[in-house]
Write a protein that binds this ligand. Structure first.
Ligand SMILES: [Zn+2]
Length: 239
């Protein structure tokens, strides 16, 4: 990729950012810092190639690209940070994520029209007072609401991981603010859980993303279809 291509893709991203993402508190990285392209911008540009027909990119492929500008870099974390911390809808493949076709160690930019599921921007998260969060964790006896792993102790399902509680969404389609938070360990609080809505006890009570249905058996899909067909009286779906 040459400089023109990089800048072209960056300005395309910027257009989408202004139209869709800015209002959702997503953070747009600067193209340059001094004379050099920033690693965040390079990462985003690389993932946005051929947008909207983006493809999954391996971490090593991404690292090789960044190394053309930063030869000393050998562990590129930008893709992960751009998603979880800056709100870009970049998913990574994990061993436990059955809902995307992204393999472990790969990243994919899903869309530039909406933010990372459940992302509400740093502002709201900062508004949750330390007291509220401490009180909430205490109310849960410092345990993950979903799997019960205790803060500071080995995770029940991944014994080599020490549990650190995070603010998990009950409903990922609503802001992360008081009343919509449960403590969850880092294993239960992952992007793939944005497919579910939890109650205060950490139990799944609804689905938060209709894509889940693609994962169900044809039998269940037919049952859902029959219910919806009846409910909407065979109306043609509008999308
Ligand atoms: Zn957990």
């Amino acid at each position: 990729m040459n400089n023109n291509q990089i800048e072209e893709i960056y300005s395309l991203i910027f257009k989408y950012f202004n139209k869709y993402l800015k209002s959702q508190n997503v953070k747009m990285p600067n193209l340059k810092s001094g004379d050099s392209y920033t690693k965040d911008a390079l990462t985003l540009v690389y993932l946005a190639q051929n947008y909207p027909n983006t493809k999954a990119v391996t971490k090593s492929e991404l690292t090789r690209f960044i190394q053309q500008f930063y030869p000393d870099v050998n562990d590129v974390q930008q893709a992960r940070h751009l998603g979880a911390q800056k709100g870009w809808y970049i998913l990574s493949g994990t061993r436990n994520d059955n809902f995307t076709n992204i393999k472990p160690g790969e990243y994919k930019l899903i869309t530039l029209e909406s933010s990372y599921p459940g992302f509400t921007g740093q502002k709201r998260i900062e508004n949750i007072s330390g007291d509220y969060w401490e009180d909430l964790k205490r109310a849960y006896n410092y345990r993950c609401a979903t799997c019960g792993s205790k803060e500071g102790e080995a995770n029940y399902n991944w014994p080599e991981t020490i549990t650190k509680l995070q603010k998990g969404h009950m409903d990922p389609n609503k802001p992360l603010e008081e009343g919509n938070i449960i403590p969850q360990c880092e294993k239960c609080n992952r992007a793939d859980r944005n497919y579910w809505i939890y109650d205060s006890k950490g139990r799944v009570i609804k689905i938060a993303n209709a894509k889940v249905i693609d994962n169900c058996s044809i039998e269940i899909q037919k049952q859902i279809y029959a219910r919806l067909y009846k409910k909407f009286k065979g109306e043609k779906p509008t999308e």
